[in-house]
Design a protein around this ligand. Structure first.
Ligand code: NAD
Ligand code: IPM
Ligand code: MN
Length: 361
């Protein structure tokens, strides 16, 4: 049996609740399948650590994470810490320093989960949003200054490099190429933003020449929100900048039923560095500690992690169990159900156990 080294960072708020739920299922899968083992390093990198020690990450965080096969991440964000501090001291350095340049955010309608859109049937929605994850509006460049005695200005400089645009387009085309519809929609705002966004447009058409079997179309980000709502079936793979895709992915998750089910993989496709598997949602302080967080986003992220390390059977079994639980209506309140985190987790575990018993007898 194979062993994989996994860094576990539950983080803040509902992070430890949903990560804890996923770890329970991972125990069951390892026991039942007997084909792989996860060697965890549990890391307390969180706001609590910041309160106690003044830092989210230890100085040697890169050395700690570098040898891992994957990073399993909950969420970060605490009501008592400004968000730009918690994010820039924990999540964003990992994405950027480890060149996890593709953030992959699939959305599809799971059976039993209802879209808030009356017109959206299950077969209408099967998207993958590919988010540029290292630069753009998240470059962290800018500053605050006074241009006159009382006019303070803040600049937030978005940086778009040809290098990073090219690599995210290649990645997105390769995702689109593997999907049945082979359709890639790229999103920019090149009408208002005339430098970086126009460079995105140019690179899009350049890279497209290398993927003749993929159909590409272009959207401005404002019109894209309308298309997602009114013509969900017209979309397949979507590629967008760091900020645009951040916003579009919350919208996508909501159209697919809830932000509580949406996974995100921050991937270094070169595998030089480990990739991070996380949820689209955050630490949800409004429901933290109540035991009602939907664990499915984090579970689905763990399914993606299993796919990434090559444990495809475990991934498939888990995803099928998630779908069965949703189809049965065993869901948390965000999906209209009355179960809590533990109830959903128990149901997922039982389905996996039951299938294993049925198979072996
Ligand atoms: P959020 O995603 O945490 O929550 C938005 C809304 O969705 C809330 O009403 C919340 O209760 C609900 N929700 C989120 N996840 C849910 C789940 N699993 N089950 C049920 N309901 C769920 O976004 P926010 O409120 O804007 O941010 C809260 C904190 O999280 C902030 O500090 C923010 O910076 C941080 N954040 C972190 C990440 C991350 O770590 N990946 C992502 C987004 C936001
Ligand atoms: C996400 C989050 C983060 C992001 C925040 C918390 C910095 O919203 O993963 O979608 O914008 O990348
Ligand atoms: Mn987000």
């Amino acid at each position: 049996s194979k062993t994989y080294k996994i860094a576990v960072i539950p983080g803040d708020g509902i992070g430890p609740e949903t990560v804890g739920a996923a770890l329970e299922v991972l125990e069951v899968l390892q026991r039942i399948l007997g084909t792989f083992k996860l060697d965890y390093e549990h890391l307390d990198w969180s706001s609590d650590r910041y309160f106690a020690q003044g830092k989210y990450l230890p100085d040697d965080w890169m050395e700690v994470l570098k040898p891992k096969d994957a990073i399993f991440f909950g969420a970060v964000g605490h009501p008592k810490v400004p968000d730009h501090i918690s994010l820039w001291e924990l999540l964003l350095p990992i994405r950027q320093r480890f060149q996890q340049y593709a953030n992959v955010r699939p959305s599809r309608m799971i059976k039993g989960v209802k879209s808030p859109l009356a017109n959206c049937k299950p077969e209408d929605l099967d998207w993958v949003i590919v988010r540029e994850n290292t630069e753009g509006e998240y470059a962290g460049q800018g500053g605050r200054t006074h241009i006159s005695q009382d006019w303070e200005i803040g600049t937030e400089l978005a940086i778009f490099s040809r290098y990073a645009i090219r690599r995210i387009f290649h990645f997105a085309f390769q995702v689109a190429e593997k999907r049945p519809r082979k359709l890639l929609t790229f999103v920019t705002k090149s009408n208002a933003q005339r430098s970086g966004m126009v460079l995105w447009d140019e690179v899009a058409y350049e890279v497209a020449k290398e993927y003749p079997h993929v159909t590409m179309d272009k959207m401005l980000v404002d019109a894209m929100t309308t298309r997602m709502v009114f013509k969900p079936a017209s979309l397949d793979t979507i590629v967008a900048t760091n900020l645009h895709a951040d916003i579009l992915s919350d919208l996508a998750a909501s159209i697919a039923g809830s932000i509580g089910i949406a996974p995100a993989s921050s991937i270094d496709p070169t595998r030089k560095y480990p990739s991070t598997f996380e949820s689209v949602h955050g630490s949800a302080p409004d429901i933290a500690g109540q035991g009602i967080a939907n664990p499915i986003a984090t579970m689905w992220a763990a399914v993606e992690m299993l796919e990434w390390i090559g444990e495809h059977d475990a991934a498939r079994i888990w995803m099928e169990a998630i779908e069965e639980v949703c189809a049965a209506g065993t869901t948390t309140p965000d999906l209209g159900g009355t179960e809590n985190t533990a109830g959903v987790t128990e149901a997922v575990k039982q389905i996996i156990e039951k299938r294993a018993t049925a198979k072996s007898s």
